[in-house]
Design a protein around this ligand. Sequence first.
Ligand code: IPD
Length: 278
Amino acid sequence: TSPNLPEIKQFLIDLARECGTIIKSKSGKETYSDKLNSVDLVTAIDKAVESLVSKTIKEKYPEYQFIGEETHVPGVTALSDVPTFIVDPIDGTTNFIHNFPYSCISLGFTINKKPTVGVIYNPHLNLMFHAIKGQGAYLNEDKLPSLESRPISLQSSIVALESGSDRSGELFDNKMQTFRNLLSKEKGFIHGFRSFGSAAMNIAHVATGQLDAYWEGGCHSWDVTAGWVILEEVGGVAVCGNPGEDDIGVDNRVFLFVRGGVKEEQKKFIQEFWSNCQ
Ligand code: IPD
């Protein structure tokens, strides 16, 4: 039988609320340790929330796959066509550690590798974004308007950019050069950039049209799956920039998210954006 999407979405909303209470109560109170380097951080709460989420999901939906930020195995965990829950227990862990109110839980669900259900909950600001592919996107109780008729241009845009935790070598140089190109008078000359420290929240703000785009040179399926569904429901587009890859993969891909807008202008926006990327 095919997955019952409204039931799955409600299940994820309830789970997000339960985890949100934990995230909010522990924000700014946790010690942390390093993962890949001293700016790639994790706390006991990231692990505890992921284990609560995976246990709850596996009890209710044992036939589906599960991918989580804290338990994936690099190079081994693979995305398949089987319906899959893709989970970031705390997106914006650095914000969580510093009690900056931009951490959230991001719960996505794919079918045939396509993002199909998405729930993002920021418990500090009580923002619950949720969507099912083809059935509209919501912020709390309110349906988000489609932005398909709104003008969009790179030169009048505000764009989320993140350094990520990989801050060395060629990749880092490329990211910084892209920031420079976008900001410079000679090239992109965007109105400005913002860096909220949470990929999922960035995508959510692109979906509402408060941001025009979000680009990151290397983030992961658990950061983007839920937001992807929400954004597409309001006319936005998500582009995976790694050559030859057209699905969300598991980790470390280049992504560009652009808000809904007049189709031709949106296309031009994407072309001009890529011409600023290294
Ligand atoms: C990170 C945040 C950050 C982004 C990184 C992500 P985490 O997720 O979304 O904004 O720049 O690429 O990995 O580690 O806080 O779950």
